[in-house]
Structures are given as structure tokens and as C-alpha cells.
Design a protein around this ligand. Sequence first.
Ligand code: HEM
Length: 242
Amino acid sequence: MSQVKQSRTNKVWWVWVVAGVGAAVFALAGTLLVGLLARTLPGAGFVSTVNYLLALDGNATWYVTRSAGVIAYLLLWFSTAWGLAVTSKVFDRVLHRAYTFDFHEYLSLLAIGFLVLHMVVLSGDQFMPYSIAQILVPFLSPYRPLWVGIGVIAFYLIVLVSVTFYLRRRIGMRTFRVIHLASFVAYLGATLHGLFSGTDSPLLATQLMYAGTFLVIVFLTSYWLLARRVKGVVKAGWASPR
Ligand code: HEM
């Protein structure tokens, strides 16, 4: 390895170490602060302290689950849109494939992280605490069972698609691509779930968010299908005898 390459690798390594230690210290300090306040505020528990700190009118878990749901939806949308753009070779002239694939994968993992938060927080909800079964088994939700159930199924599909990303060599590219098609169903399910079970859905801004993001996916899917068709026609043209 050349000296320039070696020093660049060292630099990247140090940036990750500093960022990791910084994030750990930040998380620890935050947890200590909330813990300390929980002990010093008379009779306050962890959740009430977060309510107090963020002036959340006793609804901390509800705010957290809703915001985590919206962030997860946007990450899932971005990952789906990015994946469609990558397979349609939109970025091939400007970005390396290794980077675009890695980014697609990280977006999905980040979406799963926010989904876990979206689900776990429901178990501590003040008004409607969910049991583990109600969170994990589709259609058992005490609130809008159909639409929340669709969200649960979408979650499993996202996990399935993400796990097979790491099993590509074992299962083969063909099976991987077939399973990857489930991400369309997952995205559609997540959109229906958010739209029909969300408290924020009557808001114009939220409706515009769902409509805008959905239309981008419709456009990119049409582009992807067209690109595949053109590729098929060109291939057939090349293969046919002249
Ligand atoms: C792909 C998976 C999922 C995504 C992207 C997602 C996203 C969302 C979004 C965007 C909302 C609307 C938030 C609002 O407008 O206030 C929502 C609401 C909700 N989600 Fe999910 N969710 C998913 C899976 C789940 C799962 C597995 C559960 C487990 C039970 C769940 C339970 C709920 C509940 C109870 C609400 C209603 C919250 C409220 O507004 O009061 N979701 N979700």
C-alpha cells in the first residue's frame, strides 16, 4: 500500500474512533442527567422526567413513538427510492457502486433501528400500554388492528429483506432478487399503515408527505421497469441474427 493510501486509511480510522467515543460520552452524559433528575424531582420516574424536561404534557411515549414512526417511514422511503435508482444505474457515472450499495444497506438498517424504537416505546405507553404479543403478532393491536397489523407485517418483510442482504452468497443472487421484491410490498404496507393509523394523518403537511414520497416511488418504479424493458429489447436485438 502506498504511503498516501496508508495515511488516508489511518485518518479514516481515527475519525471513527473519535466519533464513536464522542457519541458514547454524549449518550452517557444524557442518561446520567435524566437519571439524576429522576432522583431529584420529587416522586418522578424516568418517563415523567422526560415529560418534564421536554414539556410533553405527560405524553412522552406517544410523541416518541410517532416521531420514530415518521423517521422510520422516511428512511424506508429513501432506502426504497435509492435502491430503485441504483438498480436503474442512475448514479453509475457519478458514484462508485460499492458506495451506493453500502448506503442503501445502511439506510435500511437505520430504518430498522427507528422501527424498534417505534415498537418498544409502545410497551411503556401511559394511555394504551401494548403487550409483547400485541406489538409482535399482526392484528392483535387494541387500536386500529387492521392498519397496525399491516405495519407489523411490513416490519417483518423489511427485516427479511435486510437479513438476506448478508446471505446473498448462500442463497444465490436469483433468490436474493426475488426476496428483494418484497421490499415493494413492505413500502406499500408501511405507507398504508402510517396513513391509516397515524394521529398526524389528518394534517395537510402529513398528507403531502405521504403523497409526495409515494409519487417519487411510482415514478422511479416506472423508470426501473422501462429501463429493464429497453435493456431486454437491446439484448434481444444484439442476440438476433442479422
Ligand atoms: C415498516 C414498519 C412501520 C413503519 C414505517 C411505521 C411508521 C408509522 C408512522 C409513520 C405512523 C404515523 C405516526 C403519526 O402520524 O402519528 C405510525 C403509527 C403507528 N404505528 Fe407504526 N410503523 C411501522 C410498524 C409498526 C409496528 C410493527 C407497530 C407495532 C404494533 C406499529 C405501531 C403503530 C401504532 C400503534 C401507531 C399509531 C400511533 C399514533 O399515532 O397514535 N407500527 N407508524
